[in-house]
Design a protein around this ligand. Structure first.
Ligand SMILES: *Cc1c(COP(=O)(O)O)cnc(C)c1O
Length: 239
């Protein structure tokens, strides 16, 4: 093994153990939680190694970095998740490689994603990004729809050709009532997910938890955790 492969294998094993322990503590089966490795700022060569080590889900947050990386890795059996704030002028590119867009947070984006999905004949899985730090019907600092807006946006996605409404995503807020209360934030997301599933039964994905708080997310019921630095190392710059 190369040094880098060795390093990633070690980190991956540690994260795997953390997820397994968190599942056990919560009385959940390990299979209920899917690990998505967030590869942003790291090169395609790392994505390739991760695939060799058995990773099947990767995520990116900036189209400029993600598009060439996904192209360089198109031979690998990977599912690509887009998790960053998305401008409508990037939708054409993102819809070309993403299997899931987890950051759907406004109607303009739904229209643009639907148009591209139809044009390319691909079905795009969509998660609504929920901003738990947003005030009434505002948007969050790092994107996301306020809890009040979920119902309307969900209806738009569910009715949009080429799109599939798969669930909800959140990032633990740094400000507002949930600052420093990750477990409470993720439990709130679960309540919102339960509400959503009353009218959209197949929207079962709950994407929450990162390197620092994956245990709290698993405890709250997350189905997908998005882990970057605990696998790849601390990023050289904020991404
Ligand atoms: C970067 C990022 C992650 C992973 O964060 P780490 O702290 O590196 O694990 C998860 N979700 C989103 C939306 C991100 O942008």
């Amino acid at each position: 093994m190369t040094d880098r492969k060795d390093e990633l294998a070690t980190n991956l094993a540690k994260v795997e153990r953390r997820i397994a322990d968190a599942c056990a503590a919560a009385g959940r089966a390990r299979e209920e939680v899917t690990l998505i490795v967030v590869t942003k700022t790291y090169p395609a060569s790392d994505v390739r190694i991760l695939a060799e080590l058995g990773v099947r889900h990767v995520a990116e947050n900036r189209d400029q970095d993600a598009a060439p990386k996904a192209a360089a890795c198109s031979d690998l059996p990977l599912t690509w998740h887009f998790v960053g704030q998305l401008q409508t002028n990037k939708v054409r590119s993102v819809a070309g490689y993403a299997d899931f867009v987890q950051s759907v947070d406004r109607s303009k984006l739904v229209t643009a994603l639907s148009r591209e999905a139809v044009r390319t004949g691909r079905e795009l899985g969509c998660l609504l990004q929920v901003a738990l730090d947003a005030g009434e019907s505002a948007r969050g600092e790092r994107g996301g729809v306020a809890p009040d807006g979920i119902g309307e946006l969900a209806g738009l996605v569910a009715g949009a050709p080429g799109l599939r409404l798969d669930g909800l995503m959140t990032v633990a807020p740094l400000t507002g009532e949930y600052a420093g209360r990750e477990r409470a934030a993720f439990e709130r997301l679960m309540v919102l997910s339960t509400d959503l599933r009353r009218s959209h039964r197949t929207a079962t994905m709950v994407s929450a938890g990162m390197s620092a708080d994956l245990e709290q997310a698993v405890a709250a019921g997350a189905t997908h955790v998005r882990v970057g630095s605990a696998v790849l190392g601390v990023r050289p710059r904020l991404g």
